[in-house]
Design a protein around this ligand. Sequence first.
Ligand code: FAD
Ligand code: MG
Length: 403
Amino acid sequence: MLKNPSNLSFRGAAGDEESRKSFVSRARFLASLGMAAITKVFQYPARGLHLWIIGAAIMGCLLLALGSAARFLLRTELPSRSLRSMGGLATVTVGAGYSERVDPLTAQVRGIFERVEQELSTYRSDSAISLLAEKAGVDPVAFSEDAWRVLKLALRFDELSDGASDVTVAPLVKLWGFGRTPASASLPSEEAIREQLKFVDYRRVILKDRTAFLPVKGMAVDLGGIAKGYAVDRAFDFCRSVGVENFLIDLSGNIRVSGRPQWGKKWQIGVRNPFDRSSIIGKIAMRSGLALATSGSYERFVEVMGQRYSHIINPRTGFPVTGTAGVTVLCGDATTADGLSTSLFVVGLKGCSKLLQKAPPADVLIVPDKYPIEIWLTRGFAEVFVPIPDLSNAVRILTPTSL
Ligand code: FAD
Ligand code: MG
């Protein structure tokens, strides 16, 4: 198990045993100094200058003790464990009062992620989703309750977005080199794209009694745009069910939080700058229970002759989406956040108002692919988002009439 968390650093909760001990001993020392000074005042009820000096010493000790406490609370890293899952890095972070539970909790979360992966990974030839493609045009395939739910939810987003997201986009994802087979050095030909486009249409997926059937050989399903969010929700439900209240789960940018990192604080999440992965464009203070997902052209891409092509494909054209650099969705569950972020990435700034009116309640941040950077936010997002000072002028409010 990796011990250092991935790309996010959360600060501000009760920390590990060593820093706790060092804080306690420092505070004890300063408190004893203060007590000694107070004792002196009572032993020798000095007047005038003496009293001022002793008073100042007491105040000094108290300020030092407070400073030490503040440093302890602000600087301590939260107990956090990282693991590899679904081709990326996942992190389980626990807040105040749960440090001793971080290891068993991470082991359980790992199991939950593995079960989702086992059924829904297009990278595994023995998964139900790979079997579905193998049996296309031949037989229906039975799904577990979990896998069935993810498939139905994904198809719902396909419907809501009028096919901007489309689970049957799998043959094109593969053609562009985002599947098990790596990308080739040249772009796919227009003819090859046209050929694969024939297999793309979510409306042709037949669902019946917890089985799915793809009627044409060559069709396949890719749940990469939603399954990580679903896995995060299952892990979230598990953590709460075993009585852990303060935690954060992050599966490659699909995040859900519970409670708070420490008393009086909220979980803070940085939104990555889509044009520079090493920096953030701002931070969000997350309310307990909320989820956040980001779809970015920078997350996965192939580079052919200096040009980048993103892993999110427009099912109408067969080409990777252009015009959007990043979409972040904030809402009540991670499945919706993940599904919606992928769909919104395809429809972009122009189509987002229409989709948001039909979709479950959510707030979004959209960064179009243009320079200088613009950060478009719905009002709800603007209430919790603090841009970095350099970008405060880049923020625009997204309303149905603002586009
Ligand atoms: P999102 O924006 O949430 O989704 C983008 C993904 O959705 C694309 O990568 C593609 O898979 C799919 N997609 C593209 N266009 C559309 C569209 N128009 N409509 C709907 N969906 C679309 N990666 C590995 O390298 N190795 C692995 O072993 C591996 N295993 C995985 C197992 C599972 C169960 C899952 C869910 C993912 C796995 N991945 C693996 C990662 C996967 O290939 C994608 O890169 C990842 O899901 C993208 O997620 P995201 O949150 O970054 O982007
Ligand atoms: Mg997504």
